[in-house]
Write a protein that binds this ligand. Structure first.
Ligand code: FES
Ligand code: FES
Length: 203
């Protein structure tokens, strides 16, 4: 019996039978407030917890997948302030005050995001494990294209408009690996959504 428990008993301050003794706050934990899919989440996390683990293990948003856990596969891709990032490579505490969107926040079964609907339409998956990351990545990629961002294979780095050729599309999605090899369907799905968007290069 610890000396503090003996002191409690001597003071007459004895816990009821079966009542756990009061726990000291875990000094490893810090408060973190995350805004995810428009909802605030107040967490107590160790600073070493990745955004991916915070989403899956602490909030229960398991749509975001853990593949390699080292930045190589893209299964964990989410949107932070509209930009795509690999959530396994970043700490949750770094994202307080930012707007985080996961696959659960993009659409609902009765109101799918156009890319979610296009992936279904074009069989852009087989096992589906890479799919949430593919779709989140594609959402941000199409925004990058719309704002004229160059890629590694862009021939004219000064151009303000992107012609999304198949080479450009494959390069821009190359951070998302599909072990099932569903690339034909993935690219067709993304292309369909891209072609529904206004683009002066196709006018
Ligand atoms: Fe993050 Fe593979 S799990 S890149
Ligand atoms: Fe299985 Fe892409 S659908 S890994």
């Amino acid at each position: 019996m610890s000396s503090s428990t003996i002191e409690q008993i001597l003071r007459g301050d004895v816990p009821h039978a079966g009542q756990a003794p009061p726990q000291a706050a875990d000094p490893r934990l810090i408060p973190v407030r995350l805004q995810i899919n428009g909802q605030q989440h107040q967490l107590q996390l160790e600073p070493r917890v990745s955004l991916l683990d915070a989403l899956r293990e602490f909030i229960g948003l398991t749509g975001t997948k853990k593949g390699c856990n080292q930045g190589a596969c893209g299964a964990c891709t989410v949107l932070v302030n509209g930009e795509r990032i690999k959530s396994c490579l970043t700490f949750a505490v770094m994202h307080e005050g930012q707007d985080i969107t996961t696959i659960e926040g993009l659409g609902q079964p009765d109101h799918l995001h156009p890319l979610q609907a296009a992936f279904i339409e074009h069989d852009g998956y087989q096992c589906g494990y890479c799919t949430p990351g593919q779709i989140c990545s594609a959402v941000a990629m199409l925004q990058e294209v719309a704002q004229g961002d160059a890629s590694f294979v862009s021939e004219d780095l000064t151009a303000t408009e992107v012609n999304l050729t198949d080479v450009e599309l494959r390069e821009r999605m190359s951070g998302n690996i599909c072990r099932c090899g569903a690339y034909v369907g993935i690219l067709n799905a993304i292309r369909e959504v891209y072609e529904q968007q206004p683009n002066p290069l196709r006018a």
